[in-house]
Write a protein that binds this ligand. Sequence first.
Ligand code: GCW
Length: 682
Amino acid sequence: HADDGYRLWLRYDLIKTEAKLARYRQHLQEIVVQGSSPTLKAAKDELKQGLSGLLGNAVNLSAEPSRAFTLVAGTPKSSAFISSLNVSTRLQEAGQEGYLLFTHKTNGRTCTVIAANTDAGVLYGAFHLLRLLQTEQDITSLNLSSAPKTQHRILNHWDNLDRTVERGYSGFSLWDWHKLPEYIDQRYIDYARANASIGINGTVLTNVNANSLVLTEEYLQKVAALANAFRPYGLKVYLTARFSSPLEIGGLKTADPLNPEVQAWWKRKVQEIYRHIPDFGGFLVKANSEGQPGPQNYGRTHADGANMMADALAPMGGIVMWRAFVYDNNVPDDRAKQAYNEFKPLDGTFRKNVLVQVKNGAIDFQPREPFHPLFGAMPRTPLMMEFQITQEYLGQGTHLAYLAPLYKEVLESDTYAKGKGSTVAKVVDGSLHQYTTTGMAGVANIGTDRNWTGHHFGQANWYSFGRLAWDHTLASDQMAQEWLRMTFSNEDAFLQPTRKMMLRSHETVVNYMTPLGLHHIMGWNHHYGPGPWIKDKPRADWTSVYYHRATEKGIGFDRTKTGSNAVAQYFAPVEKLFSSLKNCPEKYLLWFHHLPWDYKVSSGRILWDELCYRYAEGVNEVRDMQQTWEQQQNHVDPERFKHVQTFLKIQEKEARWWRDACLLYFQTFSKRPIPAGLEKPA
Ligand code: GCW
């Protein structure tokens, strides 16, 4: 069959390595899933489908262990066998969603056991076992446990009700509102399976630039149908709530959060939602940002707005994820400072069921940003991470950019909030400030394209986001290898070069787009392709010249004391690091400093020359990627091989476009030649 990438990393093709196949067949002679809930049934179905594909034979399903080698899965409640194993202490550590996966020998029988406290945990364990087989790991004597490090692991779909997707580059929205609630597309189930396989347990169906219609009865029935389809897979549904909904669908004259009628309206609305979706997750809200309505329209604070919704949701167990992505052209200060300035003073004033959702950086999902200064700065308010999986500023649907290294760079950044070792990851997983609620969100890159993400390698970003939300200590390399093995091939000759290509790809994109700390110099509004010349727009913070500040003297945004002093929002050691020209990591140089064109950088070159080299390197590295891929023809099916090959061609062309456009533009200021030996801009 034509290989279109639809199956994602859940391909379950026959294992190619004979010796391993034989051992797996021996060890997994039958499947025993005791219990009958929809989630356990999903686990059983997945194991059956997965094992019969991987092992190439129909695996026997049994109610009780009956063979010499058996796979048993369940909870102590659902399964007499599991409860007889006395693993309750170990299970305690696994928590609500974790699981144990171990080999147990008893009465001459060898059991591979998946045990968890909840049915969802069993499902996650089932996917783990399948992953071990897909990646050809040894399963003969297992002894492992796993539990998520963050509680809410959520995809944010920026999907509109007309099925367009804001910043979506892989077709249209998956949610076919027109045919819902009756028609349940198999794709919804496969979507839920994919999410469960990486531990994602929530999905916000709608765009943060929200439409209040989704909160009407008619739509809630449709949302409920999706929630029903997802529920067996442990996937909860959330919605975005437009702050002005009481005006638009409630017939009220105000949306003031302190107005009792408004409060009563939201309470009723929330109760209505829960009548349709008893396990509804809650709201995600973008307020007073980029023209969206919010509490500030009524002279109230973000906390007033969030708390009003939180009070409505609390009795039902729902949460509010209130976004900190706010900036305003009328605030004359550096845009990078605004979220911190607005939110930090509100620390401790939010209700218990509110999380403040903070983008990884203070500007906006740039190819590279230093971590957001809010992380560490709000010890009394749980801060959620918001990553972007969709590649709005990273070449969108056609560029290969593996984003795990970006995610990891942010998570491993040290905030110094409580001294050395206060990483962003520890803020997010709650361990630094003892948050009782934690979460990580990723803006989805998923659409109706057959391969879900447009670029085949975009799947790896969905995959690694989910894996990291579960366990932020996983290494980029490990996730790349897992994904490559499951998605393409276990052959070493394939894995070694392609994982290298993936690991380098983010840095490559940074090089040809925004090296040395440059940022937000993309084409206006669509953010695709270069546009460092953009000026004279309705808002200064929507131009490029605002961010690069190039003149004949130099380039870069001075965010030190002599400039906007945004550095002061970081804890002292970080402030010192970024302020110091000598110590500031070069990757953030022009983010924090405005420097003369002949400033000497660490390579010994002057800044202008270094820029030229970085842009050139970016292009060359894309060519290396092309070379690497060319050599994989024997390892990859023709359909996907060609697809990636073609996209790399686009990427090479556009890397040149970036290089040439940026260098020719900046050269009008630097008035210096392109260093000898480098390709001249076309
Ligand atoms: O990155 C910007 C995008 C907007 C987006 C906004 C946000 C949903 O350009 O399209 O709107 O961020 O995150 O709210």
